[in-house]
Design a protein around this ligand. Sequence first.
Ligand code: DAH
Length: 344
Amino acid sequence: MQAQIDQYTTEINTFLPANADELETFRIKFLGTKGIIKDLFEQFKTVGPEEKRTFGKVLNQFKQLAEAKYEELKEGLNSEIEHSKSEIDLTLPGDGFNIGSRHPLSLVRIEIIDIFKRLGFVVAEGPEIEDDWHNFSALNFPEEHPARDMQDTFFIKKNHGKDDIALRTHTSSVQVRMMEQGKPPFRAIMPGRVYRNEAISARAHCFFHQVEGLYVDENVSFSDLKQTLYHFVQELYGEGTKVRFRPSYFPFTEPSAEMDISCTICGGSGCNMCKYSGWVEILGCGMVDPNVLENCGIDSKKFTGFAFGMGIERITNLKYVIRDLRLFSENDVRFLKQFQTETI
Ligand code: DAH
């Protein structure tokens, strides 16, 4: 009997319940009406008077130990429950967390790329730091010609010559790299960031984003250009969006045009966005100048091509009516959050 009590004593001393259920099991096992202590007292009745004296004391101590342990553990568990109640309410639903959002310019860039991909265009990229040849000379900007002033350039190295280095002023430079490196046919769009030395305001920024397009093959005509861009506009702004081409000038295309679409805000009836004309300009385009093809090692007697270039900020403004260009680069989460599509 003594050995048994010693064993139970160790068990009680080391017992640590993880929850109220385990404590209740402990109570039933030792202190319950059919429990171990009850049983020990039953056995006690049968021992001789000599043993009764010693065991009576041992048994009473053991009973007290079990009761004290139970009370202590109950106390501990209750205060833990109380404490956790005041800290957290486990019945509340969890907090959803944000998974960030795509920048509006990225959303629009992805949309533009998707439309042209479906027409068989591939995506190409080029460096943001460019030499004079790729940004200007190969694109038929004559040296010292005022056409170079069309785009106020950030020069990194300037010697008024062929080895000038600058931040590219347009993505048309990627056309040159593409044509120099490969063989026609070319059918590519080239998204990227461009830089111009402009004072920052709501309507101008020193950097912005463009998507350039190039299609060179045998027998490419101006009507191919018109059809491609017409399709693009219907996809991007919806069926029924009107398109018009106005003659323009770019050194690298001949003939050149600017393309307007019916105002996406007022539908053509006239508003602030279209300056009450019903039309907004969205891109420049034209047939690749034969000089440009030759500069890139392409036989201009055999191949013709069209090219176009559009500003992503402008296209985005017409979709989301964002009136201040600075919002695109300030990274104010109150602005960016409005383009969030999902949370978890
Ligand atoms: N590079 C011109 C710009 O930055 C845009 C442009 C116009 C690109 C006509 C072209 C084009 O490819 O054919 O304003």
